[in-house]
Design a protein around this ligand. Structure first.
Ligand code: 5AD
Ligand code: SF4
Length: 450
């Protein structure tokens, strides 16, 4: 019997981190397998699925607006459904569950972070039986690795190695909505990586909230280094990983940056703050000195490594002196990139209970100073590539100029170059081409394909 979703259309809205983006590839795979067709706009869509994020308040607010805007939108003329089915999943689904139905009257389906595989069933029930379907499991079903997946690019893949987080940084909601850390057996990771290489994938990004503690729950001690070895043995060209908690980054992993050819010279190492007092209040369990020592060791192992980080400004009780420590850290490390966030209070986290009386303008002014320092650092860091030749994995044509190709250097820096005459972008996508770098800006390099 055909699925009730057969001949419908769907549109996916994904917010937040790479884990959510990876989940959305699975949702796309499952719906396509049932005969539903992806469309680009909500106007054309019979089914709209939101994969939500609640790490910061801004993403929360946006969801309510977007769901409400669907209320008066007519369904396309030849839809097989009587009315549009709207589903909310991911972190907000997990956190708010059934409560969402009260605030969003035309929402039909709510699902959590732990039950992605149930989504087709929930949607089908909503179509066939009408009414509203909710399923939010307490803990994880596992890695959903049997689910069909539609990847955005055929040459790049995300590969989750852990889900959940045990760290309970005091500002962070993730451990509450993604659950405790769970590692995937190393043999399963190896098999998936082998399969991806067989399909022509050039770059694998290993995913986890804290990849460095991989294996603690399965094997009693972290074994992330062995995961890297297993993936490298498949013959993959490029390996990246995210995210690394500094307290768990081991010498074994650092050493691999110097020796493992496919491991790209790029490390995202969230510092969050440069002040020991604030790091302690954040429950990060490392000091500024330890962090700087890690940076020194990483650079000893791989002198040209590119570093990026996450920084939170305006954590409760942050003083001008604390902020000065953060700014100094950013300048001292010289990051290629830094993701900067203004602290956002999340109910249910310990930081939400901490006295927080820094005026908004003061925080904004600190944030602006930080952004300026980050830009200066990125511009300076990129200058070293002038005159070098970088192997660039081509991602596609530039959205602004179809004559330009866009790709990533090993250091994860965006590179632009004119598409060589006689070649089409379709021929270049997913290949690695040598580019001589002539110009280095803050957020990208440009040059000529050799
Ligand atoms: N407020 C601001 N930023 C946050 N992050 C996590 N929780 C919060 C919060 N409550 C940031 C951290 C983390 C990144 C993914 O999001 O910097 O590393
Ligand atoms: Fe959140 Fe900290 Fe876990 Fe990262 S390590 S997901 S910031 S609790």
């Amino acid at each position: 019997m055909p699925s009730p979703l057969n001949n419908t259309t769907f549109c996916l809205h994904t917010f937040g981190c790479q884990m959510n983006k990876h989940d959305s590839e699975r949702v796309e795979g499952m719906l396509e397998a049932l005969g539903s067709l992806p469309v680009a706009t909500v106007e054309e869509a019979d089914i709209v699925v939101f994969l939500t994020c609640c790490v910061r308040e801004a993403a929360d607010t946006r969801l309510y607006g977007q769901v409400s805007s669907l209320k008066n939108l007519p369904l396309r003329a030849d839809s097989p459904l009587g009315e549009r089915v709207v589903a909310v999943g991911g972190c907000i689904g997990q956190r708010d569950g059934e409560k969402l139905l009260e605030t969003m009257p035309h929402l039909s389906v709510v699902f959590g972070t732990h039950n992605l595989a149930s989504l087709p069933g929930l949607l089908s029930a909503a179509v066939e039986e009408g009414g509203r379907q909710v399923e939010v499991l307490e803990s994880s079903e596992g890695f959903n690795d049997q689910l069909p997946t539609v990847r955005e690019h055929s040459w790049a893949a995300w590969l989750p190695i852990t889900i959940g987080c045990n760290n309970f940084c005091t500002y962070c909601i993730v451990p509450y909505v993604r659950g405790r850390e769970k590692s995937r057996p190393i043999e399963d990771i190896r098999k998936e990586a082998q399969g991806l290489v067989g399909q022509g994938v050039k770059e694998i990004t290993l995913l986890g909230q804290n990849v460095n503690s991989y294996g603690r729950d399965l094997y009693g001690s972290p074994r992330f280094g062995e995961v890297l070895d297993a993936v490298a043995e498949t013959g993959i060209e490029r390996i990246r990983f995210a995210t690394s908690h500094p307290k768990d980054l081991t010498d074994e992993v650092i050493a691999r940056f110097g020796t493992m050819k496919p491991l790209m010279p790029y490390l995202h190492l969230p510092a969050q703050s440069g002040s020991n007092r604030i790091l302690k209040a954040m429950n990060r369990r490392y000091t500024r000195e330890h962090y700087l020592d890690l940076v020194r060791k990483v650079r000893e192992s791989c002198p040209d490594i590119a570093l990026s980080t996450d920084i939170i400004v305006g954590f409760p009780g942050e003083t001008e002196e604390d902020f000065a420590d953060t700014l100094a850290l950013v300048k001292e490390v010289g990051y290629h990139q830094a993701f900067t966030f203004i602290y956002s209070k999340r109910e249910g986290t310990p930081a939400a209970e901490m006295p927080d009386d820094t005026p908004r303008e003061v925080i904004q002014e600190r944030f602006d100073r930080l952004v300026e320092a980050v830009q200066d650092g990125a511009f300076a860091a990129n200058q070293v590539y002038r005159g070098t030749v970088q192997p660039v994995l081509v991602e596609g044509a530039s959205k602004r100029d179809e004559h330009l190709l866009v790709g990533k250097s090993p250091h994860n820096v965006t590179v632009h170059a004119p598409i060589p005459e006689g070649l089409s972008i379709a021929q270049l996508e997913g290949t690695i081409v040598p580019v001589r770098i002539d110009n280095a800006r803050t957020w990208y390099l440009s040059g000529e394909v050799l």
